[in-house]
Structures are given as structure tokens and as C-alpha cells.
Design a protein around this ligand. Structure first.
Ligand SMILES: O=C(/C=C/c1ccc(O)c(O)c1)N[C@@H](Cc1ccc(O)cc1)C(=O)NCCCOc1c(-c2ccc(O)c(O)c2)oc2cc(O)cc(O)c2c1=O
Ligand SMILES: [Ca+2]
Length: 479
């Protein structure tokens, strides 16, 4: 179902890509909890094939359903879920059940399991030849829906989810993590599985765990990876009755806008329409672990941490706009698109080190979720709640502004002209601190102060040369 189960005044999940469970638990307690994040998406937790040079995509080549990867084992996973739930931060698990690994000899897993991949034998599950689609074929024509579901994606051995035994192993795995307190799942490569098989699998899942604080009869939050940019047989709409779908068009189009290829004024009617799914069916992002590397869906226009000003502006717009449920990416630094996470010479993933001055990460981790401008917009979103957009203004070009109900107001300047305007903010009269250039500290603004008059009007000043082309004010968290 489509509700992330965030605690009352929280919103937005962060994808702590490749983080270890112990480090995620620490981050929940020291940052995500206090700052209002709703949850964390973790990388695949089930045992994966060890590949030479440890590319990031080895975690998308399962060898078993044992919870044992470079992020940790079942006990550290269980401990992380407990610690994060205890500070009201939910956990969402990236599950890979369309396929097992590709051919590898030898095939050894992160938990020490082995497999005979060419004979489709995965004894640690166990899976054998009969559990995979026959006859073996490769996906080459994305216009053939049957081929996309029943053949091998990039040589990865394709499980047959129409088989009762395969369904039972998948259901068993997901029910185990539900009972450990997980709030939801990302269904990897959902496009490559039949909706009717997924429907049966989802229907057999337990309710969320009351022991971990979920209301009785709560159902798992499900969001499915269906890469549909048009032009293929399979449509994202085939999966929206089962749960949310990750809306790839969102990040592609906004990337194009904030690279300056389209005028921001056209975003006045952003949302339903634009080839986007209905808002309540969509999970949105600016970039993800795959397309930030340039060759994934929408490659060229996708914005990443490598273009900080544009990335922060696009993320500010994502978080300020009511469309969809939002996810923020948290990356590690890379040049080679296949390289894996920062690790020591034994291949153990490094724990992120937090810079005490800036609060962001060093030693190879980017931690976009800790960047001041992004973190403050996460708070903006939860203050805005479900209030509608009003007081839209634009300069008929690349300067826009709008409010969310009477709680929050944002202005963006992607123009090469300064934005200097008296604008209707919709906020009650008073002094507000711009949360982009600074924040409220001991009742003072460390950045810009914005004076809102009796009529809700304020003078907004965003120079074209500003480090951040955004000004954002709101009435603050009310809890
Ligand atoms: O680039 C990659 C990995 C990409 C990838 C990994 C996880 C994802 O969730 C994802 O969306 C993409 N993998 C590299 C290297 C590679 C890996 C495994 C392999 O057997 C062969 C090559 C690559 O060049 N892959 C081929 C192009 C990307 O094609 C992949 C897609 C994919 C891409 C676009 C689509 O429209 C689509 O429907 C599926 O999904 C995966 C899902 C997986 O669970 C594991 C995969 O290997 C892949 C995957 O290779
Ligand atoms: Ca398949």
C-alpha cells in the first residue's frame, strides 16, 4: 500500500546508499531523528555475490536470503531497525527478488555461501533449475512485455515468481524483515516481474509489527522500481494498484529545468499531467544510485552532487512542492561509474566521518542529506504538511515563488538577473529567518532576515550570483 507510515510531523526518506547498519543506527539517533527525516532506505540486505573490484551493483546479484552483506548481518540489522524506530525513523529495505546472480565461477557470497550459477543451483536458499524461467533467454526487445518479464536482465538468472515454491521463499524473506520492524520495501526491477505474481506475493505478507510500534493491521509501504520513460511495452500504470511506483520522469524533467534548458515559469502547473503518475501513486527523487552514474534512466539530464547549486535548487523544489512522497539521495564520491563504496584494503566499508565544523561528511561520503540547504528543506516540507500551493509568482522567466498554505514560502532564482521583488508570502506578519542562507539560532537569524508585513508582503532579494538561488521561510516545527 501507499502510506510510508512516517511518524506524525515527519516526512521524506533518505537513501543511505551502501551505509553499514551500525552507522545508519548512529545516524538515526544523532541526526535523522532530531532533524525530522521520516525514514531511511537501506541497500539490499540479503547475501550477494562477491565480484572482482567490488562494484556497487554486486549487491543486486543475490546468492541467498540470509541477511549478511558488507553492511552487516541479521543481528546488526535488527539492532538498527530497533534503534531507528525508537527515534521515529522508519526503515525501508531494497529487495531484489526478480533474479539471483549472473554466471560466476566461483560464486561466493558475502555470507560465505556458494552457488553453481550455470546450473542455477543456489543451495543457501535453496533454489534449483526448476525455480528459474525456462527456456533461458535474454531480454533484448523491451517492446515485448513477456520477454521483459520471463527472460534474463543483463545475464542475471531470472526467478519464476509464478511458481509456488519461489513465491514462498520470497514471502518468507519479506515476512522475516517485517517481523524485525521494517516499515516498507523498495521492489527492485519490478518491471521485470508480472504484476499478478507480485499481487499474490504482497497479499501473503504479514501486517506490520505492533511490537515495533506500528498500529494494528498496518500494511507494508511498497514502492516499485518500474523504469518507464515511454517507448516500451511495459507501463508504470500496470503497477500502481499494488503500491507506489518510483517516478523517474520527475528527476529527468526537473534536471532539465534546473540546468537552465527550460524556464521555471512553466513549473506553475507541475505535478499530475507532465506524464507523471497521480501524486499519491508516486515516489519522487532528483537522482538515484543508478541514474546518478550517467547511464541509468534519464542519464544526461540527471542532476547529482557534482553540480551542487543546480542540485540543491532542484532538491529544494522537489521538497517544497506537494507532488509525490519524497526521497533524498545520499551518495559516496565516485568517478568510475561502477566503483563501490569507500572501503579498506580488506574490502570492509568505511564508516562515514562527520566534519564537526560543517556537519557534512568526509572520507569519501557525500552525505547530501546533511547539506544545510537540503536538510532545512526537509523541515520546510514537514512544516508545509499537505497545504496547497498558492500565491504563485513568476517573472515570466526563470524566477518563481510560491507559498504552501500560510506556513511556508519559497522563492527560486535560476535567472541571470537578480531577483528583487516585493512578493505576497501568505505568511503571518513578522520576522523570519531564511533557512537557506542560515537558520534560527538563539532567536536570531544566522543568515538573511525576512520581514513580512501586515499584508503578508515581504521584499525578496536573491542575487543571480548567490551561492544558492533559493530563499525559504516558514513558521517552524510546531511540535
Ligand atoms: O548498470 C548496472 C546495474 C544497474 C542497476 C542495478 C540496480 C538497479 O536497481 C537498477 O535500476 C540498475 N550494471 C552494469 C554492469 C552489469 C551488471 C550485471 C550484469 O549481469 C551485467 C552488467 C550494466 O552495464 N548493466 C546493464 C545496463 C543496466 O541494466 C540493468 C537494469 C536496468 C536498467 C534499465 C532498465 O530500464 C531496466 O529495466 C533495468 O536493472 C538492473 C537491476 C538489478 O537489480 C541489477 C542489474 O545488474 C541491473 C542492470 O544491469
Ligand atoms: Ca523476471
Amino acid at each position: 500500500q501507499k502510506d510510508p507510515h512516517y511518524k506524525d510531523d515527519r516526512d521524506t526518506m533518505v537513501h543511505l546508499f551502501e551505509w553499514k547498519f551500525d552507522d545508519i543506527a548512529d545516524e538515526c539517533e544523532r541526526f535523522l531523528g532530531p532533524m525530522g527525516y521520516g525514514g531511511v532506505q537501506v541497500s539490499p540486505i540479503n547475501e550477494n555475490l562477491i565480484m572482482r573490484n567490488r562494484p556497487w551493483y554486486e549487491r543486486y546479484q543475490p546468492l541467498s536470503f540470509k541477511i549478511n552483506t558488507r553492511s552487516g548481518n541479521e543481528s546488526s540489522f535488527a539492532s538498527m531497525v530497533k534503534r531507528c524506530n525508537a527515534v521515529d525513523v522508519r526503515i525501508y529495505v531494497d529487495i531484489v527478488v526478480n533474479h539471483m546472480s549472473g554466471d560466476a565461477n566461483p560464486a561466493v557470497g558475502t555470507g560465505g555461501s556458494t552457488a553453481n550459477t550455470s546450473s542455477r543451483s543456489y543451495p543457501a536458499v535453496p533454489f534449483s533449475f526448476a525455480d528459474f524461467h525456462q527456456p533461458v533467454c535474454s531480454i533484448s526487445n523491451y517492446n515485448n512485455a513477456t520477454e521483459v518479464r520471463n527472460c534474463e536482465l543483463s545475464g542475471l538468472h531470472d526467478l519464476d515468481q509464478s511458481k509456488e515454491y519461489v513465491r514462498s521463499k520470497i514471502v518468507e524473506f519479506i515476512n522475516r524483515i517485517i517481523d524485525l520492524g521494517v516499515a516498507g520495501i523498495r521492489v527492485d526491477a519490478a518491471k521485470h516481474m508480472w504484476p499478478q505474481d507480485l499481487k499474490v506475493i504482497y497479499s501473503r505478507l504479514n501486517n506490520l509489527s505492533v511490537a515495533h510500534g506500528f498500529p494494528a493491521k498496518s500494511r507494508l509501504f511498497i514502492y516499485q522500481e518500474v523504469i518507464d520513460l515511454g517507448g516500451e511495452a511495459i507501463k508504470k500504470g500496470e503497477y500502481t494498484s499494488l503500491g507506489r511506483v518510483i517516478e523517474f520522469t520527475f528527476g529527468i524533467v526537473l534536471g532539465n529545468f534546473f540546468r537552465g534548458n527550460e524556464q521555471l515559469k512553466f513549473l506553475k502547473n507541475w505535478g499530475n499531467g507532465w506524464g507523471l503518475l497521480p501524486s499519491e501513486d508516486a515516489l519522487v527523487m532528483i537522482d538515484n544510485h543508478d541514474n546518478q552514474r550517467g547511464h541509468g534512466a534519464g542519464g544526461a539530464t540527471i542532476l547529482t552532487y557534482k553540480l551542487p547549486k543546480q542540485y540543491k535548487m532542484a532538491t529544494a523544489f522537489e521538497l517544497a512542492h506537494p507532488y509525490g512522497t519524497t526521497r533524498v539521495m545520499s551518495s559516496f564520491n565516485f568517478t568510475d561509474p561502477s566503483i563501490g563504496p569507500p572501503a579498506d584494503k580488506n574490502g570492509s566499508i568505511l564508516s562515514p566521518e562527520i566534519d564537526p565544523k560543517t556537519g557534512t561528511c568526509k572520507n569519501g561520503w557525500i552525505c547530501e542529506h546533511r547539506w544545510h540547504q537540503i536538510q532545512q528543506m526537509v523541515v520546510f516540507r514537514l512544516v508545509a504538511k499537505n497545504d496547497p500551493i498558492n500565491n504563485w509568482w513568476d517573472n515570466d522567466g526563470d524566477q518563481i515563488a510560491f507559498s504552501r498554505g500560510s506556513n511556508a514560502f519559497i522563492a527560486l532564482n535560476n535567472d541571470d538577473e537578480d531577483l528583487k521583488q516585493s512578493l505576497v508570502t501568505g505568511l503571518p506578519a513578522g520576522k523570519y529567518c531564511d533557512v537557506i542562507t542560515g537558520q534560527v539560532k538563539n532567536n536570531k537569524c544566522t543568515g538573511k532576515t525576512v520581514e513580512v508585513g501586515k499584508n503578508g508582503v515581504a521584499f525578496v532579494d536573491i542575487p543571480a550570483s548567490a551561492e544558492d538561488g533559493v530563499l525559504a521561510i516558514h513558521i517552524g516545527r510546531q511540535s
